[in-house]
Ligand binder design. Structure first.
Ligand code: TRP
Length: 451
């Protein structure tokens, strides 16, 4: 293990870690997924439960995962093994690392397809395809786009290639460069969009939909989705934060960095909601439209805004980059594992894992067209994959990780890694030992009951 560890890289500064981890957290989950699932689950009640999950479970778990990573300083499988051995526990905990690697890989298969849509929309908005069009025409153009498997395959391939090209350059050459500029730029453009929604959209109704508590359309499944999405959005439960934590220099306070990441991630999701729902209502669209929601509302807004084609194209460029800084963290654990345990070079490891993702991604492509009639439990291939990975597997593996940090690792080790005040440490300790695992367990049981 120590030989492997010698080759294990490090971030050049704590700020780069924060940017990379924030880049991983902020992505399609915030801007594409959060608004559409909030819309499907009645808005405000979903948002409230989501926020509670971020606070009560997400943040302690983010800390737990990062600290396991920094303690082990290896890919998730080996990392779990050495940290378990250090604590005198069973080395089979490594399987949990393996489950994480598999999960990241599976999520990337469909993440890449949706990210491909955002790249396609850069060109469509820049070319002025939506200018002068109304809501129904924009909706029709979207439906036509996803009905064509070839177009989706093309953009999915471009996104996968871009991801692998960055990951192949390694931590300092590829990942760091990509995240420095893009995350702040996305934030600013989102603020501009909120400004637009305030002036041109039905702002009051949008904000009421998001924040005025109404449990009318909130079900047991919504509860499961709100929790799953808190995990998905913070990138926890699969080893992405573990691998980023493993590249983190030793003297940085994990408590502090985790808080910054969680606050940034949550604000972007809320801003996206505040930008999108006023436009949804002003254009008489249905909030429960589903995965096409932002692709049917934002082009409308850009079509009416001065310099809309420019702003629109810029927005989709930044969204595609936000997706890239997330996708690299989904595949990095698999790549690090292939390198450290099979001796592959970084480019070969990228090629192997990237091709696998691309291939399975075709299932998601077809679920929007050729296979859209093939359903199981009323869900298409994409719906099922998304549901299984984010709503079941992420919470299960996140729960096991936090149990590992809270119950298996020594408290002194945790205290040293988190380096925070005794009071905050106690709070983390309580949340990770009791509150977070118990709540995940209850919500999962409840969710299985209602399915
Ligand atoms: N958090 C990212 C988003 O919101 C997606 C993501 C990146 C992710 N890495 C992850 C989700 C790890 C779960 C686990 O778009």
């Amino acid at each position: 293990m120590s030989k492997k560890r010698e080759n294990h890289p490090q971030w050049s500064s704590w700020l780069l870690f924060v940017l990379a981890a924030t880049g991983s957290a902020i992505g399609l989950g915030n801007i594409w997924k959060f608004p559409y699932i909030a819309g499907q689950n009645g808005g405000s009640a979903f948002v409230l439960v989501y926020l509670a999950c971020v606070l009560g479970m997400g943040i302690p778990m983010l800390m737990a995962e990062t600290l396991i990573g920094r303690r082990g300083r290896l890919n998730p499988i080996d990392c779990m093994e050495v940290v378990a051995e250090e604590a005198g526990a069973n080395p089979h905990w490594r399987w949990l690392g393996g489950m994480g690697i598999l999960l990241g890989f599976l999520i990337l298969t469909y993440y890449s397809v949706i990210a491909g849509w955002t790249i396609a929309y850069i060109f469509k908005t820049a070319a002025g395809v939506f200018l002068g069009k109304g809501a129904s025409e924009v909706g029709y153009l979207f439906a036509q786009f996803i009905a064509s498997p070839w177009q989706l395959i093309f953009w999915h391939s471009i996104f996968m290639l871009a991801t692998m090209a960055i990951v192949a350059r390694g931590v300092q050459g590829g990942l760091e460069k990509a995240v420095e500029l893009l995350t702040p730029a996305l934030f600013i453009l989102l603020l501009i969009l909120v400004g637009y929604a305030m002036s041109a959209g039905d702002f009051q109704r949008g904000v009421r939909f998001l924040f005025y508590p109404d449990f009318g359309r909130f079900s047991g499944e919504s509860l499961l989705m709100a929790m799953g999405h808190a995990f998905f959005s913070l990138s926890i439960g699969m080893g992405a934060m573990m691998i980023y934590g493993s590249y983190l220099p030793g003297n940085v306070s994990i408590a502090k960095t985790s808080l910054i990441i969680a606050v940034a991630d949550t604000s972007v999701a809320l801003l996206a909601g505040v930008a999108i729902f006023p436009l949804v209502f002003a254009n008489h669209l249905e909030p429960a439209t589903g995965p096409g929601l932002i692709f049917q509302t934002l082009p409308l807004a850009f079509a009416q805004m001065p310099l809309g084609s420019l702003f629109g194209a810029l927005f989709f460029v930044l969204l595609a980059f936000a997706a890239l800084s997330s996708s690299i963290s989904l595949i990095e654990p698999a790549v690090a594992w292939l390198m450290e345990d099979f001796g592959l070079t970084r480019p070969v490891a990228c090629l192997v894992s990237g091709f696998g993702c691309w291939l399975i991604g075709l299932g998601t492509v077809f679920s929007f067209n050729r296979w859209s009639h093939l359903t199981l439990f009323d869900k298409t291939f994409f719906d099922l994959l998304d549901f299984l990975t984010s709503n079941l597997m992420l919470p299960i593996s996140g729960m096991l990780l936090v149990v590992f940090a809270g119950w298996v690792m020594q408290p002194e080790v945790n205290r040293a890694e988190l380096s925070t005040s005794p009071c905050l440490f106690r709070l983390w300790w309580l949340l990770s030992r009791y509150v977070a695992p118990a709540t995940v367990g209850l919500i999962l049981l409840n969710g299985i009951g209602v399915l």
